[in-house]
Design a protein around this ligand. Structure first.
Ligand code: ZN
Ligand code: ZN
Length: 283
């Protein structure tokens, strides 16, 4: 296998595979100096595993962080990375731009905390969020659900005027996307590509000044991932080794009492994973 380094992290629907593809025989990408970091904030699943937070990854470029997915625990894991790994870009108040691969709850149930926890931690500008159809509705409903909290914290005559210092920090600009370049600033260009999961879903390619990183999200093997990773430095891919699923904490799905079929993992098995690996090694 033509990978320099592979890290496997299991998940019910998926297994995150961080694969650093080898571009030059003489010098692996990991040996080149980089200003870009990947912080795996959460690699968990819908299963409430106490040792794994929900799916969330931060791409850090200098002092800016770009979040992909916001599973449960995302804000606390971000604070932990800021404090314990000395990465201030992921302090919750600094999280300003996020991308969501799809709207499954295990990837989005940290959304309210990202919005409100980021605001009360000092975010002064609206959160910019990019993702599939349904994102705007989800955002509006979350803000509606927390209307009392937001009104209390923004009431200039109320008892919690502190957050009034950041009057725009609770706001969200939700962008529903299509494949293509969906975001660009001076540090990063983000390109979305369609993936194959139980619902509208996207993978993302991040081109930074010194690295190209691809995140698949939950997906079947698709050519779009291979194409997006053409020449990339790091691929973070989801997969599902069945032998690991068998070891997961018992849930109705794992016990076979509830049929599990999200279209993402059907019939892939080890052969499918090997196929993805083979494809990638050819690009
Ligand atoms: Zn998932
Ligand atoms: Zn999913």
């Amino acid at each position: 296998m033509n990978f320099v380094h592979t890290v496997l992290v299991f998940s019910l629907t998926s297994l995150a595979v961080v694969a650093v593809t080898q571009q030059a025989e003489s010098q692996a990408p990991s040996e080149r100096p980089t200003g870009t970091k990947i912080v795996l904030l959460g690699t968990g699943t819908p299963v409430p595993d106490p040792d794994r937070s929900g799916p969330a990854t931060a791409i850090v470029v200098g002092d800016a962080a770009y979040l992909v997915d916001f599973g449960p625990g995302v804000v606390r894991r971000a604070e932990s990375a800021a404090l314990n790994r000395k990465i201030p870009a992921v302090e919750p108040g600094n999280l300003k731009v996020a991308f969501v691969t799809h709207l499954h709850s295990d990837h989005t149930s940290g959304y309210s905390d990202l919005i409100l926890g980021g605001w009360t931690s000092g975010r002064t500008v609206p959160l910019e969020v990019y993702g599939p159809t349904g994102l705007q509705s989800m955002t509006e409903h979350i803000l509606q659900a927390y209307r009392v909290d937001i009104e209390t914290r923004t009431n200039p005559d109320g008892p919690m005027r502190d957050a009034g210092r950041f009057p725009d920090g609770w706001k969200v600009n939700a962008h529903e996307i299509k494949p293509g370049v969906i975001y660009k600033d001076e540090k990063v260009t983000v390109t979305a590509f369609s993936t194959k999961h139980a619902m509208e879903s996207y993978g993302y390619r991040f081109d930074t000044p010194d690295r190209t990183i691809v995140i698949s999200g939950d997906t079947n093997p698709v050519e779009a991932t291979v194409n997006a990773c053409n020449g990339c430095d790091v691929l973070i891919h989801e997969a599902q080794p069945l032998e690991l699923v068998a070891k997961l904490p018992k849930s109705p799905i794992v016990r076979g009492e509830v049929p599990y079929d999200d279209g993402a993992t059907r019939g892939i098995g080890e052969e499918g994973q090997a196929e993805v690996a083979r494809d990638l090694s050819h690009h």
